[in-house]
Ligand binder design. Sequence first.
Ligand code: NAD
Ligand code: UDP
Length: 339
Amino acid sequence: MKNCVLVTGGAGYIGSHTCVALAAAGFEPLILDNYCNASPKVLERLARISGGPAPRAIDGDVRDRALLDRVFAEHSVAAVIHFAGLKAVGDSVADPLSYYDTNVHGSLVLAAAMRAAGVRTLIFSSSATVYGEPDHSPIPESAPTRPANPYGRSKLMVEETLGDLCRSEAGWRIALLRYFNPVGAHESGLIGEHPQGKPNNLMPFVSQVAVGQRTQLTVHGGDYPTPDGTGVRDYVHVMDLAEGHVAALRHALAHEGLLTLNLGTGRGASVLEVVTAFERASGKPVPRTIGPRRPGDVPAYWADPSAARATLGWEARRGLDDMCADSWRWQSANPNGYA
Ligand code: NAD
Ligand code: UDP
């Protein structure tokens, strides 16, 4: 199986969409997930999208070295895409040990198992959170890194560890991908994001208001120094992101060394622009009220994605209307996620 790619966290939001893009590009995803934030039902949805069998999947923890050794011994893995991790900023402040254990320790166990197995091609899910509050936007990869919470620090620790590993011995091919704000869903509406409990992020919250599960959106701050006073982010369609992983994988398979890239659109959208686009896409009203600023929020930032375009030939193709239309298709057809 020359094209087998181990996808840790492959049952999750970005991982499942990347499995679709991998299969479309001729790779064979092999999922490893402990389902702490995912449902095994995603596998059957992936089969429906591909029109073939479900991807092979292993129910297990990325921190389990013995399991990883078995996986590498039993499957001919060409590369690893490492999504498995915890991602809620607030939880990381409340429970940093869990975040460092899963995100940092998990990545160390994985890298050590890869080294032992002679698998040295790795794509790592990092985050624009590593930049903290940037001096200006668009943010290039050379901007200073100063994450403001344990989640962001866990991502930066892994980036630095993998950089050191890459410099320590020949043969490693590692891409660190710093995602901006992934939103949207596969155009089939069969897979998408379904956060547990009350969503922290804007797009899932707006979707749940539009579908009638929540009464209104609280806009966190209307007095920022932005054109309409609300926070600005670089929202990137999850399928664009998924295709970015395939491009990074192809590049890494062909080039040794370390690559650090932003994956974003290069365009910022305000909270109110997102809400208006969602109302347009769904035909549903999204009642909102302006509340106080959310502690720790950065007013506005967006990516400089030019390095990804120059290096990978990748750029985001889908706009805010596509992101909202695809989120709505998923949300309205699956109001309770995979349940
Ligand atoms: P997600 O929670 O949907 O996916 C993560 C997956 O990893 C889940 O399926 C979960 O069950 C699995 N997992 C967690 N701990 C595990 C462990 N110890 N062993 C095995 N599996 C485990 O999150 P996502 O949004 O798809 O994010 C994927 C990656 O991208 C994460 O590393 C996240 O930090 C990073 N990221 C996400 C965003 C975002 O806004 N969604 C932004 C930047 C970076
Ligand atoms: N936001 C909001 N109401 C919500 C959730 C988010 O106004 O219920 C705003 C938030 O203040 C920020 C933007 O939406 O300006 C994106 O927030 P999200 O949490 O999705 O991403 P992040 O802040 O982590 O980039």
